[in-house]
Design a protein around this ligand. Structure first.
Ligand code: NA7
Length: 542
């Protein structure tokens, strides 16, 4: 062979997190040649990068794992209800070892560009180290929350102390002892890390822009019965997760909050509060669609904040007013309690916004706060961010960025494919339900759908498959209609793009639920892929 010719694979996958690992396994088992590229030096994706103190998943452990192999499910035992970052990372390393995945993963390698070559029906891919490879299928497993956002605050590079983003935490950890620490942001990352850092630091200053309806995780070590039950009931749990709205086996409530009296609601909310986790939002069927129903739960959580925080002036600042659940719900361990500590202060940025970052710390419109360490828990350019960081070009050299109008006209077919981008598939793409579901369950469904589609194309000698603009328009419209029937679109959040300065607004998550989405995707596959164009080249296939 010509040694200058770029290596050629059946499929190239970006990312070695939950998505990329299973995609590799699934395609390799079916006999395809696959190459995975990963920017980090190990597997794990978000669980490789998010090593901030207190980092945990808020899906329950026994559901936050793969279910494609019963053997794998039985071999791994989780230690507690909510898995901590290092345990999930251990799990993904265990998976990579068990299925010998590392041999087909190239670590420490970013993908710079992926361009579709219409003549050869190939994707030409350029890696960060300047190498070129090609593949028939191009699959992204880049995650939804992997493009870190450090807001463009005036003077942000002048700070002379240590500074970190929660999603790029140093592997050796950070020592807070004797330090004055500041943290900007009170999303999941901020709220998980604040109680842990407060215990260690000399002083912690929390810069809060929007307060949160955080509710207790009630994390605890698993008892043997729970573990045994989950292993014995593997198939039942798997089925329940796959067909549920959120990817976890939960009963969907059938009652409206407004059908109950105040006393009855109080009892229901108290019970859910005691169970912890996401039980709160699963109390009534109209929490995220009816303003009055929503307010009953919002007020319940505010009353808990009032009870927990001793200083009522601080409690007041910690009370949210947006619709409950329309920003990503947060689970915590002792978050509100932390504001009773004497070494923790809360700065309400709604009253006194950050004026600038200085050499010494953070200056609000009122005061300068001197810090040794400044933490950005400021979130991510969600969903489209990680994809638009790569120069992806489809037919006629049109980039994904141009196609999506910089994000303003993001449209996909099923969140899996794009018109104009033949043989490209997105795992957990925009307009799929993934980021608002138990991720591994959504990921498995995407991976299996993509692998089945590739099998179909090969069996039928099809050169390429591509979503039609009509099918894409219909799916996008459907996504928006489902979202607009809820309260989600009425709140500024990373769901709508509002957290990123200059990012166009849109609602890029399918809210119809995991089970309904699976059915829709399966129906399309079973009917021979309506909504797609499939092209067989005229050359004779012997
Ligand atoms: P989030 O949930 O996006 O939280 C980011 C936080 O940072 C949030 O409180 C923001 O306030 C705040 N923020 C962002 N930009 C600024 C500026 N410029 N000034 C002050 N405060 C700011 O990210 P996380 O990492 O916590 O969680 C990400 C997801 O990971 C989480 O939802 C789970 O799905 C897992 P805002 O609310 O925008 O006013």
């Amino acid at each position: 062979t010509n040694q200058h010719q770029a290596p050629d694979y059946d499929a190239i996958v970006i990312g070695a997190g939950f998505s990329g690992l299973y995609m590799l396994h699934r395609l390799r088992e079916a006999g395809y040649s696959v190459r995975v590229y990963e920017a980090a030096d190990g597997v794990g994706g978000v669980w490789y990068w998010n090593r901030y103190p207190g980092a945990r998943c808020d899906s329950e452990s026994i559901y936050y794992n793969y279910t494609f192999s019963e053997e794998l499910y039985r071999e791994w035992t989780w230690s507690s209800r909510y898995p901590k970052q290092s345990e999930i990372l251990d799990y993904l390393n265990f998976v990579a070892d068990k299925f010998e995945l590392r041999t087909d993963i190239q670590f420490d390698t970013k993908i710079k560009a992926a361009h579709y070559d219409e003549t050869n029906h190939k994707w030409n891919i350029e890696t960060g180290d300047g190498n070129n490879v090609s593949a028939k299928y191009f699959i992204t497993g880049v995650g939804c929350l992997s493009a870190a956002n450090i807001p463009n605050i005036k003077g942000k590079d002048t700070f002379t102390g240590e500074s970190y983003h929660t999603g790029h935490w140093p592997h050796e950890g950070v020592d807070f002892k004797g330090k004055h620490v500041g943290i900007i942001g009170t999303g999941s990352s901020g709220i998980q890390s604040i109680p842990v850092i407060a215990k260690e630091a000399d002083h912690l200053t929390v810069f809060q822009r929007t307060p949160q309806y955080s509710t207790p995780a009630k994390n605890h070590p698993y008892d043997l019965e729970t573990i045994e039950y989950s292993k014995e009931n593997f198939y039942q749990i798997k089925e329940q997760m796959r067909n549920s709205p959120g990817g976890i086996p939960a009963e969907f409530p059938t009652q409206s909050a407004l059908e109950n009296t105040q006393e009855e609601r109080q009892e229901v909310f108290e019970e859910a509060w005691e169970k912890g986790g996401f039980y709160m939002q699963n109390t009534y069927n109209d929490i995220t669609i009816n303003e009055d129903a929503n307010e009953t739960l919002a007020e319940f959580v505010r009353s808990k904040i009032r009870e927990t925080v001793h200083d009522q002036k601080i409690a007041e600042k910690l009370m949210p007013s947006y619709y409950y659940g329309t920003k990503r719900p947060v689970l915590d361990t002792n978050y509100f309690e932390t504001f009773n500590r004497t070494n923790v202060s809360l700065i309400d940025l709604k009253n006194t916004p950050i004026h600038r970052i200085t050499e010494k710390g953070v200056q609000t419109t009122e005061e300068e706060y001197e810090l040794d360490t400044l933490i950005f828990a400021t979130g991510y350019d969600a969903m489209t961010g990680p994809l638009l960081k790569i120069d992806i070009r489809g037919r006629e050299g049109v980039s994904l960025k141009e196609k999506w109008g910089g994000g303003a006209q993001t449209k996909t077919y099923l969140g899996l494919t794009n018109a104009g981008f033949p043989n490209m598939f997105m795992i957990t793409g925009p307009e799929s339900p993934s980021v608002l579901s138990n991720m591994p369950v959504s990921i498995e469904q995407h991976v299996e759908w993509i692998a089945d589609c590739i099998d179909y194309l090969c069996e039928h000698n099809i050169d390429y498959i591509e979503a039609t603009p009509e099918a894409e328009n219909a799916w996008s419209t459907h996504c928006r209609e489902v979202a607009e029937a809820t309260l989600f679109t009425k709140t500024e959040s990373w769901y709508t793009g509002a957290n990123i300065e200059g990012k166009p607004r849109g609602f890029l998550i399918y809210l119809g639920g995991v089970g309904a989405y699976r059915e829709k995707c399966s129906e399309i596959a079973n009917e021979g892929y309506p909504g797609f164009t499939m092209v067989i080249s005229k050359k004779l296939v012997i």
